[in-house]
Design a protein around this ligand. Structure first.
Ligand code: NDP
Length: 308
């Protein structure tokens, strides 16, 4: 039986792995379909403390994994396909095959940014298409960018991007924003932000094949098509926490995020959660790593107090 199974391998999961490994708990880390998590989709990370020159997302995640392995964490490229949390020990099924028994679980499955799903958009992720203005906005100094969406995320991204970009165009599929009144007012008052209503993105255009050059758009009312030249496209159409496997087992909020009760403790004692799977607000690598550390410490204390 395992002391702890960590599900997820973004900054939260791997930080939890470093701490639990150093505590001698020999964690098993199920890395999931995207080892390293969302950061492996970004290019340069300039806001993770300790890297004054910046660091590539995949490189940072490799370093975190290496650090965890150095202390005895076992990282496997596998999914948690099923979880049983009703009895002790808990049981986690790996890749729809073998089951592992464990005294505790740390949930660090993260959240996935929603994309439109256009093939042209998917090809250009990290090359002008981004779902994180805080991560990538800096690279669009003096450029023209667009933000898709009409909620708080889109408004926040648009306002943030005006620090760098020359123009920010918000493209929304309806004629009315979903964002809170305050955010709407702030966005409307910003002279760098323009709005295009009832607008659907048909294709992300590129001239070189490596960089975004514009968008092909469709007016949802008239059906008329047009192009908008720009260098950056930011998705602000929401995030989805990766909690499918925990439905009915752990308490989730209305948006599907894991609810934590006492510190990182979930609704089931011995199951802890950290990173973006509990956090719809900050969603930063450093905050995820911070809560990963907290979850590991909470887990260690729980295991000290409870013998399974
Ligand atoms: P929301 O679900 O609130 O908004 C998503 C937006 O994206 C909507 O305007 C929606 O359009 C649009 N959208 C969704 N899917 C598509 C699609 N396929 N194509 C085009 N447009 C699409 O998500 P948010 O991430 O904005 O917010 C989630 C939660 O987090 C909210 O509760 C929000 O208040 C909160 N939040 C709070 C912040 C803050 O307080 N500072 C910052 C960020 C988020 P439509 O309106 O037509 O449905």
């Amino acid at each position: 039986m395992r002391n702890v199974v960590i599900i997820g391998s973004g900054p939260a999961g791997l930080t939890a792995a470093i701490y639990t490994a150093r505590a001698g708990l020999e964690p098993l880390v199920l890395e999931g379909v995207q080892p390293g998590g969302q950061l492996t989709q970004t290019t340069e990370i300039e806001n993770f403390p300790g890297f004054p020159e910046g660091i590539q997302g995949p490189e940072l995640m490799d370093k975190l994994r290496e650090q965890a392995q150095r202390f005895g964490a076992e990282c496997v490229f596998s999914m948690a396909s099923k979880v049983e949390l009703g009895d002790r020990p808990f049981r986690v099924q790996i890749d729809e095959a073998e089951w592992v028994e464990t005294a505790s679980v740390i949930v660090a499955t993260g959240a996935s940014a929603q994309y439109l799903g256009l093939p042209s958009e998917q090809r250009l992720i990290g090359h002008g298409v981004s779902a994180c203005a805080t991560c990538d906005g800096f690279f669009f100094k003096g450029k023209d960018v667009a933000v898709i969406g009409g909620g708080d995320t889109a408004m926040e991204e648009a306002i943030f991007l005006t620090r760098f970009a020359s123009t920010v165009t918000v493209l929304h599929r309806r004629d009315r924003l979903r964002a809170s009144k305050t955010m709407q007012e702030r966005a409307f008052a910003n002279p760098k932000i323009a709005f295009r209503w009832n607008t659907q993105v048909l294709e992300v255009l590129t001239e070189t094949g490596h960089d975004v050059a514009g968008l092909r758009l469709k007016d949802a009312l008239s059906g008329e098509e047009s192009t908008l030249p720009l260098q950056g496209l930011f998705l602000g159409i929401g995030h989805k926490p990766n909690t499918e496997v925990f439905k009915g087992l752990l308490e989730l909020d209305d948006n599907g995020y894991v609810v934590t009760k006492r510190h990182t403790q979930t609704s089931v004692a011995g199951v802890f959660a950290c990173g973006d799977v509990v956090d719809s607000r900050y969603r930063q690598a450093i905050t995820a790593a911070g809560t990963g550390c907290s979850a590991a410490i909470d887990c260690e204390r729980y295991l000290e107090e409870h013998s399974v």
